[in-house]
Design a protein around this ligand. Structure first.
Ligand code: NAP
Length: 322
């Protein structure tokens, strides 16, 4: 079955993010009421287009609050949409785009308990998947037995457990996560990982996860807005590759973003591909990507632009917040 599109709220819940044109996507309107109205417009467009999977996080500013007010306003019933959120980072930007630190990581049991209470305060009844935010190959998070016990108990509340992974060792973190068990059952039902035309190093671990029955959610399919027509950044690592994708997109009468999303949607192991669409137009072109004919010839041509994961994540860590 082809993957379904989901909507991620990283760009919609707070003034600052690492995509290229975040300020103009938000119309330079940062007051919470305007941002909430904008998030609701994008959610309405996503819902109208058939998107039924929404991804938030405690650290995405007020994303959970905006999602909760939208669910109430549209009278969406629990279970009608898969509502996923994450814990593990605390938002610290103080509603500014220029904070010295935008989020602080803490994967302790205390942080889990606090942030779970906060998420439930907002999304009770709707929250269906709760994920650890950004486990890396270096993280000791999955070795914390008391934390794993607490996460395994989410099931008693009807909430599935998941994790997102980041960094050049995503494959290592994924393989470890698949093995975590309590009472003979796998603790994590879902893994969210970065996969895009430049960074495919998690692919075989994601295949294994899928084969084991773990749902795979793809994030950053557009490399945080770098795999788009709007990217004129002049990054020495990304630019020649973006130019090559542009050429191939032209030859198929499509756009870079449609090709990049189409590639992710065509992965046989993917359950959901998140679009980080920050405007209604971006929702519409994301949905159009579900109809793109992604074929073996494109796959062969695009294999030549894959980056070494260490190089990709080094470039990723230099993306500026705006
Ligand atoms: N560690 C984690 O757990 C983690 C990390 C990152 C993301 N995520 C999740 O993954 C989601 C997606 O990631 P992302 O937003 O960082 O990256 P993305 O989906 O790769 O990029 C999204 C950005 O691309 C640009 N864009 C241009 N045309 C677009 C189109 N047709 N459709 C969608 N976007 C278009 C927009 O930025 P501009 O207009 O500014 O160019 C948009 O905000 C997030 O919302 C979040 O839910 C999770």
């Amino acid at each position: 079955m082809p993957a379904h599109l989901g909507l991620g709220l990283a760009a919609l819940g707070r003034p600052g993010y690492v995509t290229l044109n975040h300020a103009s996507d938000l119309g330079h309107q940062y007051d919470p009421a305007s941002m909430e109205a904008h998030a609701h417009e994008v959610l309405d467009a996503a819902y109208a287009a058939g998107i039924r999977y929404i991804d938030a996080a405690r650290s995405y500013g007020r994303a959970e609050d905006f999602l909760a007010s939208w669910l109430r306003k549209r009278d969406i019933q629990p279970g009608e949409i898969t509502v996923a959120s994450k814990w593990g980072y605390t938002y610290t930007a103080g509603w500014s785009t220029r904070a010295t630190q935008h989020e602080v990581k803490d994967h302790s049991l205390t942080a889990f308990e606090r942030q779970f209470r906060e998420s439930i305060e907002r999304l009770d009844g709707h929250l269906s998947l709760y994920q650890i935010h950004s486990v890396t190959a270096e993280s000791k998070t999955l070795e914390d037995n008391a934390l794993m016990d607490a996460i395994a108990r989410l099931r008693e509340k009807g909430i599935r457990a998941g994790l997102s992974v980041s960094g050049p060792g995503q494959d290592i973190a994924i393989r470890r996560a698949i093995e975590v068990r309590r009472d003979g059952e796998r603790v994590f039902d879902s893994v969210q990982a970065t996969w895009n035309l430049l960074e495919r190093s998690a692919e075989s671990a994601l295949e294994d996860a899928h084969a084991a029955g773990v749902k795979v959610v793809v994030k950053e399919a557009l490399a945080n807005g770098r795999l788009t027509e709007a990217n004129h950044e002049g990054n020495p690592v990304f630019s020649p590759r973006v130019a090559r994708i542009r050429e191939l997109a032209r030859s198929r009468a499509t756009t870079i973003e449609m090709l990049a999303l189409g590639a992710a949607l065509s992965r046989p192991w993917a359950t959901i591909v998140l679009t980080g669409a920050a405007t209604v137009d971006q929702i519409q072109s994301s949905v159009a990507a579900t109809r793109l004919g992604y074929d073996d010839e494109l796959e062969r041509q695009l294999r030549s632009i894959i980056l070494d994961p260490a190089e990709y994540w080094r470039a990723r860590s230099s993306f500026a917040w705006n």
